[in-house]
Design a binder for this molecule. Structure first.
Ligand SMILES: [Zn+2]
Ligand SMILES: [Zn+2]
Length: 486
Protein backbone atom coordinates (compact mmCIF):
# COMPACT_ATOMS: atom_id res chain seq x y z
CA UNK A 1 0.00 0.00 0.00
CA UNK A 2 1.34 3.42 -0.83
CA UNK A 3 0.24 6.91 0.12
CA UNK A 4 -2.21 8.31 -2.46
CA UNK A 5 -0.63 11.79 -2.69
CA UNK A 6 3.09 12.33 -2.74
CA UNK A 7 4.33 15.87 -3.25
CA UNK A 8 7.94 16.42 -4.34
CA UNK A 9 10.30 17.81 -1.68
CA UNK A 10 11.09 21.50 -2.27
CA UNK A 11 14.75 22.17 -3.13
CA UNK A 12 16.67 23.13 0.00
CA UNK A 13 13.76 22.14 2.26
CA UNK A 14 14.07 20.10 5.44
CA UNK A 15 13.11 16.46 5.82
CA UNK A 16 10.85 17.16 8.81
CA UNK A 17 9.11 19.91 6.86
CA UNK A 18 8.56 17.52 3.96
CA UNK A 19 7.26 14.82 6.32
CA UNK A 20 4.68 17.23 7.73
CA UNK A 21 3.60 18.35 4.26
CA UNK A 22 3.41 14.72 3.12
CA UNK A 23 1.21 13.85 6.10
CA UNK A 24 -1.12 16.81 5.59
CA UNK A 25 -1.40 16.19 1.83
CA UNK A 26 -2.70 12.73 2.72
CA UNK A 27 -5.06 14.02 5.45
CA UNK A 28 -2.97 12.38 8.13
CA UNK A 29 -1.62 13.86 11.31
CA UNK A 30 2.21 13.84 11.31
CA UNK A 31 2.12 11.44 14.29
CA UNK A 32 -0.12 9.07 12.32
CA UNK A 33 2.24 9.21 9.36
CA UNK A 34 5.13 8.36 11.68
CA UNK A 35 3.28 5.26 12.91
CA UNK A 36 2.37 4.41 9.34
CA UNK A 37 6.08 4.54 8.43
CA UNK A 38 6.89 2.25 11.40
CA UNK A 39 8.59 5.11 13.28
CA UNK A 40 6.35 5.74 16.30
CA UNK A 41 9.11 7.67 18.13
CA UNK A 42 10.11 9.78 15.13
CA UNK A 43 8.87 13.13 16.46
CA UNK A 44 10.36 12.66 19.90
CA UNK A 45 13.83 13.26 18.53
CA UNK A 46 15.26 15.58 15.91
CA UNK A 47 14.24 13.77 12.71
CA UNK A 48 16.51 15.91 10.51
CA UNK A 49 19.77 15.07 12.27
CA UNK A 50 18.94 11.63 13.61
CA UNK A 51 17.38 10.08 10.54
CA UNK A 52 16.30 6.57 11.57
CA UNK A 53 17.92 3.87 9.42
CA UNK A 54 14.86 2.52 7.66
CA UNK A 55 12.81 5.74 7.54
CA UNK A 56 14.07 6.72 4.10
CA UNK A 57 13.53 3.20 2.73
CA UNK A 58 9.98 3.21 4.10
CA UNK A 59 9.38 6.63 2.55
CA UNK A 60 10.81 5.42 -0.75
CA UNK A 61 8.28 2.56 -0.70
CA UNK A 62 5.41 4.90 0.14
CA UNK A 63 6.18 7.79 -2.18
CA UNK A 64 8.31 6.28 -4.95
CA UNK A 65 10.98 8.93 -4.37
CA UNK A 66 14.52 7.51 -4.42
CA UNK A 67 16.33 7.28 -1.07
CA UNK A 68 19.09 9.51 -2.47
CA UNK A 69 16.63 12.36 -3.15
CA UNK A 70 15.08 11.99 0.28
CA UNK A 71 18.47 11.94 1.97
CA UNK A 72 19.38 15.31 0.45
CA UNK A 73 16.59 16.84 2.54
CA UNK A 74 18.06 15.65 5.85
CA UNK A 75 20.92 17.37 7.67
CA UNK A 76 23.10 14.30 7.16
CA UNK A 77 24.58 15.52 3.87
CA UNK A 78 25.46 18.90 5.39
CA UNK A 79 27.05 17.29 8.42
CA UNK A 80 29.14 15.05 6.17
CA UNK A 81 30.39 18.06 4.21
CA UNK A 82 31.43 19.96 7.31
CA UNK A 83 32.88 17.14 9.41
CA UNK A 84 35.67 14.86 8.34
CA UNK A 85 33.93 12.00 10.10
CA UNK A 86 30.34 11.66 11.25
CA UNK A 87 30.61 12.48 14.97
CA UNK A 88 30.03 9.57 17.30
CA UNK A 89 28.10 11.68 19.77
CA UNK A 90 25.29 13.18 17.72
CA UNK A 91 23.74 15.24 20.51
CA UNK A 92 25.93 18.27 19.79
CA UNK A 93 27.13 18.42 16.23
CA UNK A 94 29.34 21.39 15.43
CA UNK A 95 27.62 24.02 13.27
CA UNK A 96 24.13 22.52 13.56
CA UNK A 97 21.80 24.26 15.98
CA UNK A 98 20.07 22.12 18.55
CA UNK A 99 16.29 22.13 18.53
CA UNK A 100 13.54 20.12 20.01
CA UNK A 101 14.22 19.99 23.71
CA UNK A 102 12.25 21.82 26.38
CA UNK A 103 9.93 23.37 23.80
CA UNK A 104 7.57 24.65 26.49
CA UNK A 105 10.26 26.36 28.52
CA UNK A 106 10.76 29.97 27.35
CA UNK A 107 14.32 30.87 26.33
CA UNK A 108 15.27 27.39 25.12
CA UNK A 109 16.63 26.14 21.80
CA UNK A 110 14.36 27.27 18.99
CA UNK A 111 14.35 26.48 15.31
CA UNK A 112 15.53 29.57 13.36
CA UNK A 113 13.03 30.65 10.68
CA UNK A 114 12.20 33.57 8.42
CA UNK A 115 8.50 34.24 9.12
CA UNK A 116 7.96 35.92 5.77
CA UNK A 117 9.34 32.94 3.82
CA UNK A 118 7.00 30.66 5.77
CA UNK A 119 4.02 32.97 5.26
CA UNK A 120 4.70 32.75 1.51
CA UNK A 121 4.43 28.96 1.75
CA UNK A 122 8.15 28.30 1.27
CA UNK A 123 9.66 25.33 3.10
CA UNK A 124 11.83 25.45 6.22
CA UNK A 125 15.32 25.63 4.74
CA UNK A 126 18.11 23.30 5.79
CA UNK A 127 20.64 26.15 5.90
CA UNK A 128 18.60 27.85 8.63
CA UNK A 129 19.92 25.27 11.02
CA UNK A 130 23.56 26.17 10.49
CA UNK A 131 24.88 28.19 13.41
CA UNK A 132 26.29 30.72 10.93
CA UNK A 133 22.93 31.39 9.27
CA UNK A 134 21.42 34.45 10.91
CA UNK A 135 19.42 36.24 8.22
CA UNK A 136 17.13 35.66 5.26
CA UNK A 137 18.80 36.98 2.15
CA UNK A 138 15.60 37.16 0.19
CA UNK A 139 13.66 39.30 2.63
CA UNK A 140 16.55 41.03 4.39
CA UNK A 141 15.21 39.93 7.79
CA UNK A 142 17.04 38.52 10.77
CA UNK A 143 15.87 34.97 11.45
CA UNK A 144 13.86 34.42 14.62
CA UNK A 145 13.90 31.34 16.82
CA UNK A 146 11.28 32.29 19.40
CA UNK A 147 7.89 33.95 19.52
CA UNK A 148 7.99 37.72 20.00
CA UNK A 149 4.75 37.57 21.98
CA UNK A 150 5.08 34.68 24.42
CA UNK A 151 8.83 33.97 24.14
CA UNK A 152 8.45 30.26 23.42
CA UNK A 153 10.99 28.55 21.20
CA UNK A 154 9.84 27.72 17.68
CA UNK A 155 9.83 24.02 16.98
CA UNK A 156 7.91 23.05 13.89
CA UNK A 157 8.75 19.38 14.25
CA UNK A 158 6.99 19.23 17.61
CA UNK A 159 4.20 21.67 16.91
CA UNK A 160 1.71 18.99 16.06
CA UNK A 161 2.50 16.87 19.11
CA UNK A 162 0.09 18.81 21.33
CA UNK A 163 -2.63 18.86 18.70
CA UNK A 164 -1.90 15.21 17.86
CA UNK A 165 -4.62 13.87 20.18
CA UNK A 166 -7.39 15.68 18.33
CA UNK A 167 -9.10 13.86 15.52
CA UNK A 168 -8.68 16.55 12.88
CA UNK A 169 -5.53 17.08 10.85
CA UNK A 170 -3.64 20.09 12.13
CA UNK A 171 -3.72 23.40 10.28
CA UNK A 172 -0.16 23.78 9.13
CA UNK A 173 0.66 27.41 9.84
CA UNK A 174 4.40 27.48 10.38
CA UNK A 175 4.41 31.30 10.43
CA UNK A 176 2.32 31.35 13.62
CA UNK A 177 3.58 30.63 17.12
CA UNK A 178 2.59 27.09 18.07
CA UNK A 179 1.78 28.12 21.63
CA UNK A 180 -0.02 31.51 21.44
CA UNK A 181 -1.02 31.33 17.74
CA UNK A 182 0.14 34.88 17.04
CA UNK A 183 2.14 35.81 13.93
CA UNK A 184 5.94 35.67 14.20
CA UNK A 185 7.78 38.88 13.40
CA UNK A 186 11.39 39.44 12.43
CA UNK A 187 13.42 42.66 12.47
CA UNK A 188 15.11 43.84 9.26
CA UNK A 189 18.85 43.43 9.18
CA UNK A 190 21.59 44.61 6.83
CA UNK A 191 24.96 43.12 7.68
CA UNK A 192 27.41 42.50 4.86
CA UNK A 193 29.94 40.63 6.98
CA UNK A 194 27.38 38.26 8.46
CA UNK A 195 25.88 37.71 5.04
CA UNK A 196 29.25 36.87 3.50
CA UNK A 197 30.10 34.32 6.19
CA UNK A 198 26.62 32.83 6.06
CA UNK A 199 26.76 32.41 2.28
CA UNK A 200 30.28 30.98 2.34
CA UNK A 201 29.30 28.54 5.06
CA UNK A 202 26.21 27.32 3.24
CA UNK A 203 28.32 26.75 0.12
CA UNK A 204 30.73 24.72 2.24
CA UNK A 205 27.85 22.82 3.83
CA UNK A 206 26.62 21.91 0.36
CA UNK A 207 30.03 20.47 -0.42
CA UNK A 208 31.27 23.24 -2.74
CA UNK A 209 34.65 24.90 -2.60
CA UNK A 210 34.74 28.34 -1.00
CA UNK A 211 36.81 31.29 -2.23
CA UNK A 212 38.52 33.06 0.61
CA UNK A 213 40.60 35.93 -0.74
CA UNK A 214 43.05 34.33 -3.19
CA UNK A 215 42.52 30.85 -1.82
CA UNK A 216 40.04 28.21 -2.83
CA UNK A 217 39.22 26.12 0.21
CA UNK A 218 37.53 22.76 0.50
CA UNK A 219 34.45 22.67 2.69
CA UNK A 220 36.36 20.95 5.53
CA UNK A 221 39.12 23.53 5.44
CA UNK A 222 36.66 26.40 5.48
CA UNK A 223 34.66 24.85 8.32
CA UNK A 224 37.83 24.32 10.36
CA UNK A 225 38.98 27.92 10.00
CA UNK A 226 35.52 29.31 10.67
CA UNK A 227 35.20 27.18 13.81
CA UNK A 228 38.44 28.47 15.19
CA UNK A 229 37.58 32.12 14.50
CA UNK A 230 34.00 31.80 15.73
CA UNK A 231 35.34 30.76 19.12
CA UNK A 232 37.28 34.00 19.33
CA UNK A 233 34.09 35.98 18.91
CA UNK A 234 32.09 34.46 21.71
CA UNK A 235 29.54 36.89 23.08
CA UNK A 236 30.35 38.45 26.43
CA UNK A 237 27.52 36.47 28.02
CA UNK A 238 29.36 33.24 27.17
CA UNK A 239 32.69 34.14 28.69
CA UNK A 240 31.71 32.97 32.16
CA UNK A 241 30.59 29.58 30.82
CA UNK A 242 33.47 27.48 29.54
CA UNK A 243 31.09 24.86 28.12
CA UNK A 244 29.09 27.41 26.11
CA UNK A 245 28.39 26.32 22.55
CA UNK A 246 26.95 28.39 19.68
CA UNK A 247 24.87 25.35 18.74
CA UNK A 248 22.63 25.89 21.76
CA UNK A 249 22.67 29.70 21.73
CA UNK A 250 19.69 31.83 20.74
CA UNK A 251 19.97 33.70 17.49
CA UNK A 252 20.51 37.13 19.08
CA UNK A 253 23.78 35.89 20.56
CA UNK A 254 24.87 34.22 17.33
CA UNK A 255 24.19 37.36 15.29
CA UNK A 256 27.03 39.39 16.74
CA UNK A 257 29.32 36.38 16.68
CA UNK A 258 28.75 35.69 13.00
CA UNK A 259 29.06 39.35 12.06
CA UNK A 260 32.37 39.86 13.87
CA UNK A 261 33.76 36.58 12.51
CA UNK A 262 32.77 37.71 9.00
CA UNK A 263 34.58 40.98 9.62
CA UNK A 264 37.66 39.14 10.87
CA UNK A 265 37.68 36.93 7.80
CA UNK A 266 37.18 39.71 5.26
CA UNK A 267 40.28 40.49 3.27
CA UNK A 268 41.27 36.84 2.91
CA UNK A 269 44.03 35.15 4.84
CA UNK A 270 46.32 38.19 4.84
CA UNK A 271 43.63 40.48 6.20
CA UNK A 272 42.58 37.91 8.76
CA UNK A 273 46.12 37.31 10.03
CA UNK A 274 46.86 41.01 10.35
CA UNK A 275 43.61 41.56 12.28
CA UNK A 276 44.52 38.69 14.60
CA UNK A 277 47.92 40.26 15.08
CA UNK A 278 46.34 43.62 15.95
CA UNK A 279 44.26 41.89 18.59
CA UNK A 280 47.50 40.64 20.13
CA UNK A 281 46.46 37.00 20.24
CA UNK A 282 48.67 34.00 20.73
CA UNK A 283 48.43 30.79 18.68
CA UNK A 284 47.34 28.98 21.83
CA UNK A 285 44.24 31.14 22.20
CA UNK A 286 43.30 30.31 18.67
CA UNK A 287 44.20 26.65 18.32
CA UNK A 288 44.49 25.08 21.75
CA UNK A 289 41.03 23.77 22.42
CA UNK A 290 40.33 22.52 18.90
CA UNK A 291 41.05 18.98 17.80
CA UNK A 292 44.12 19.13 15.55
CA UNK A 293 42.39 17.49 12.60
CA UNK A 294 39.70 20.22 12.46
CA UNK A 295 42.03 23.06 11.52
CA UNK A 296 43.88 22.83 8.21
CA UNK A 297 47.56 22.25 8.79
CA UNK A 298 48.67 25.20 6.62
CA UNK A 299 46.37 27.62 8.48
CA UNK A 300 47.69 26.51 11.85
CA UNK A 301 51.21 26.93 10.51
CA UNK A 302 50.47 30.44 9.28
CA UNK A 303 48.96 31.34 12.66
CA UNK A 304 52.08 29.99 14.38
CA UNK A 305 54.32 31.99 12.06
CA UNK A 306 52.53 35.26 12.53
CA UNK A 307 51.34 35.19 16.14
CA UNK A 308 54.08 33.29 17.92
CA UNK A 309 55.92 35.60 20.35
CA UNK A 310 59.02 33.44 20.67
CA UNK A 311 59.52 32.12 17.16
CA UNK A 312 62.69 30.21 18.01
CA UNK A 313 61.29 28.46 21.04
CA UNK A 314 57.99 27.59 19.44
CA UNK A 315 57.05 24.01 18.77
CA UNK A 316 56.08 23.83 15.16
CA UNK A 317 52.61 22.55 14.40
CA UNK A 318 53.28 19.27 12.73
CA UNK A 319 51.58 17.58 9.84
CA UNK A 320 49.34 14.55 10.31
CA UNK A 321 50.89 12.74 13.27
CA UNK A 322 50.91 9.28 11.78
CA UNK A 323 50.10 7.32 8.69
CA UNK A 324 48.51 3.88 8.61
CA UNK A 325 47.35 1.93 5.59
CA UNK A 326 43.67 1.17 5.34
CA UNK A 327 42.91 -2.55 4.96
CA UNK A 328 41.84 -1.89 1.37
CA UNK A 329 45.14 -0.19 0.55
CA UNK A 330 47.17 -2.92 2.23
CA UNK A 331 45.31 -5.68 0.38
CA UNK A 332 46.23 -4.02 -2.90
CA UNK A 333 49.87 -3.59 -1.85
CA UNK A 334 50.56 -7.06 -0.41
CA UNK A 335 50.85 -8.89 -3.79
CA UNK A 336 53.49 -6.39 -4.93
CA UNK A 337 55.85 -6.98 -2.01
CA UNK A 338 58.81 -9.38 -1.97
CA UNK A 339 58.86 -12.05 0.79
CA UNK A 340 59.47 -10.64 4.28
CA UNK A 341 63.19 -10.61 5.15
CA UNK A 342 64.38 -13.62 7.16
CA UNK A 343 67.67 -12.25 8.43
CA UNK A 344 68.76 -9.19 10.44
CA UNK A 345 66.72 -7.26 12.95
CA UNK A 346 68.80 -7.87 16.08
CA UNK A 347 67.23 -7.45 19.48
CA UNK A 348 64.25 -5.43 18.30
CA UNK A 349 63.19 -8.27 16.00
CA UNK A 350 62.66 -8.13 12.27
CA UNK A 351 60.39 -5.41 11.00
CA UNK A 352 57.62 -6.35 8.60
CA UNK A 353 57.23 -4.45 5.33
CA UNK A 354 54.06 -2.89 6.67
CA UNK A 355 55.78 -1.57 9.80
CA UNK A 356 58.65 -0.13 7.77
CA UNK A 357 56.44 1.55 5.18
CA UNK A 358 54.01 2.97 7.73
CA UNK A 359 56.84 4.33 9.85
CA UNK A 360 58.53 5.76 6.78
CA UNK A 361 55.39 7.62 5.65
CA UNK A 362 54.53 8.75 9.18
CA UNK A 363 57.97 10.26 9.56
CA UNK A 364 57.69 12.00 6.18
CA UNK A 365 54.24 13.34 7.07
CA UNK A 366 55.41 14.79 10.37
CA UNK A 367 58.66 16.03 8.85
CA UNK A 368 60.63 14.65 11.83
CA UNK A 369 64.41 14.90 11.59
CA UNK A 370 66.64 11.81 11.97
CA UNK A 371 67.73 12.66 15.50
CA UNK A 372 64.20 13.41 16.74
CA UNK A 373 62.62 10.29 15.27
CA UNK A 374 61.24 8.02 18.01
CA UNK A 375 59.19 5.58 15.94
CA UNK A 376 59.34 1.77 16.20
CA UNK A 377 61.54 1.38 13.10
CA UNK A 378 64.98 3.00 13.09
CA UNK A 379 66.00 5.47 10.40
CA UNK A 380 68.77 3.24 8.91
CA UNK A 381 66.33 0.31 8.61
CA UNK A 382 63.78 2.51 6.85
CA UNK A 383 66.43 3.90 4.53
CA UNK A 384 67.83 0.45 3.69
CA UNK A 385 64.43 -1.12 3.07
CA UNK A 386 62.99 1.74 0.98
CA UNK A 387 66.13 1.80 -1.15
CA UNK A 388 65.83 -1.96 -1.84
CA UNK A 389 62.12 -1.58 -2.67
CA UNK A 390 62.87 1.39 -4.94
CA UNK A 391 65.62 -0.47 -6.83
CA UNK A 392 63.26 -3.30 -7.75
CA UNK A 393 60.52 -0.85 -8.80
CA UNK A 394 58.20 -2.06 -6.02
CA UNK A 395 58.08 1.32 -4.32
CA UNK A 396 56.88 2.97 -7.55
CA UNK A 397 54.03 0.51 -7.81
CA UNK A 398 53.12 0.97 -4.14
CA UNK A 399 52.86 4.74 -4.71
CA UNK A 400 50.66 4.14 -7.76
CA UNK A 401 48.39 1.86 -5.71
CA UNK A 402 48.15 4.47 -2.95
CA UNK A 403 47.30 7.18 -5.47
CA UNK A 404 44.56 4.90 -6.82
CA UNK A 405 43.18 4.39 -3.27
CA UNK A 406 43.49 7.90 -1.83
CA UNK A 407 41.62 7.37 1.44
CA UNK A 408 42.13 9.56 4.51
CA UNK A 409 45.29 11.64 4.51
CA UNK A 410 47.08 9.58 1.82
CA UNK A 411 47.33 12.37 -0.75
CA UNK A 412 48.41 14.91 1.84
CA UNK A 413 51.14 12.58 3.09
CA UNK A 414 52.37 11.59 -0.38
CA UNK A 415 52.55 15.12 -1.70
CA UNK A 416 54.28 16.56 1.36
CA UNK A 417 57.67 18.01 0.37
CA UNK A 418 59.42 15.75 2.89
CA UNK A 419 57.95 12.61 1.31
CA UNK A 420 59.08 13.76 -2.13
CA UNK A 421 62.59 14.44 -0.78
CA UNK A 422 62.86 11.07 0.94
CA UNK A 423 61.56 9.18 -2.09
CA UNK A 424 64.04 10.99 -4.34
CA UNK A 425 66.83 9.97 -1.97
CA UNK A 426 65.65 6.38 -2.11
CA UNK A 427 65.72 6.56 -5.91
CA UNK A 428 61.99 6.17 -6.48
CA UNK A 429 60.99 7.51 -9.90
CA UNK A 430 57.39 8.28 -8.82
CA UNK A 431 58.89 11.10 -6.73
CA UNK A 432 58.87 13.34 -9.81
CA UNK A 433 55.15 12.86 -10.30
CA UNK A 434 54.54 13.53 -6.62
CA UNK A 435 56.62 16.69 -6.93
CA UNK A 436 54.09 17.93 -9.49
CA UNK A 437 51.29 17.23 -7.00
CA UNK A 438 53.28 19.09 -4.36
CA UNK A 439 53.44 22.16 -6.57
CA UNK A 440 49.64 22.14 -6.85
CA UNK A 441 49.31 21.75 -3.09
CA UNK A 442 51.97 24.32 -2.25
CA UNK A 443 50.36 27.12 -4.23
CA UNK A 444 48.54 27.72 -0.99
CA UNK A 445 51.70 27.59 1.08
CA UNK A 446 53.36 30.02 -1.33
CA UNK A 447 50.56 32.51 -0.76
CA UNK A 448 50.88 32.01 2.97
CA UNK A 449 54.64 32.34 2.91
CA UNK A 450 54.31 35.71 1.23
CA UNK A 451 51.48 37.00 3.38
CA UNK A 452 53.19 35.89 6.58
CA UNK A 453 56.39 37.66 5.57
CA UNK A 454 54.48 40.78 4.57
CA UNK A 455 52.76 40.94 7.91
CA UNK A 456 55.97 40.37 9.79
CA UNK A 457 57.66 43.13 7.78
CA UNK A 458 54.77 45.50 8.48
CA UNK A 459 54.94 44.60 12.19
CA UNK A 460 58.67 45.37 12.28
CA UNK A 461 58.12 48.84 10.85
CA UNK A 462 55.27 49.53 13.23
CA UNK A 463 56.91 48.36 16.44
CA UNK A 464 60.44 49.29 15.45
CA UNK A 465 61.71 45.88 16.64
CA UNK A 466 64.45 44.12 14.76
CA UNK A 467 62.81 40.74 14.57
CA UNK A 468 64.34 38.73 11.78
CA UNK A 469 62.15 36.99 9.26
CA UNK A 470 61.54 33.64 10.83
CA UNK A 471 63.37 30.59 9.58
CA UNK A 472 60.08 28.81 9.03
CA UNK A 473 59.19 31.28 6.28
CA UNK A 474 62.50 30.75 4.55
CA UNK A 475 62.21 27.03 4.98
CA UNK A 476 58.74 27.06 3.57
CA UNK A 477 59.85 29.06 0.57
CA UNK A 478 62.64 26.57 -0.04
CA UNK A 479 60.17 23.74 0.14
CA UNK A 480 57.96 25.52 -2.35
CA UNK A 481 60.86 26.33 -4.64
CA UNK A 482 62.42 22.90 -4.44
CA UNK A 483 59.98 21.02 -6.67
CA UNK A 484 59.81 23.91 -9.13
CA UNK A 485 63.55 23.91 -9.67
CA UNK A 486 63.69 20.28 -10.72
ZN1 LIG B 1 12.61 35.07 4.05
ZN1 LIG C 1 3.81 32.73 21.08
Amino acid sequence: MTLPVHPVPAPGGLLSDYLIRLALANSLRPAQLARYLNQPRLWQRDPDCHVPEDLLRQMDRQTGLPVGTLETTSMRALIRNLHLAMPGDTTLIRFITVTGRHTRVPGQYGHPVCPRCLAEGKPMRREWRLTTTVLCQEHGLALVDRCNHCGHAINHSRKHVRAGRTAQPLDYTPDLCGICQQGLQAPTLQDGYALWLQQAMSRAANGDNVCWGDLTLSSHEFAGITECLLRLNRPAAALRHPRWRPETAPIQLRLGMVSSTGHLMSGGLTGCLSRLQQQDLTPVTLLARLPQECVPHWFAQAVQDVLSRRPHARRSWQGPASFTFTEEQWEAITPLLPPEPTTGGGRAGRRTHRQVLENFLSRCAAGTTDEHWKGAVSVPTMRRRTRTLAQTGVLDRIIQVLLDHPTGNTCEVLSSPETVRQLRQAGCSEAEYLAQLTICQTDRRLVIGQSACMIIEAGKEKHGTNRTVRPSCNEKKQLVDAPARS
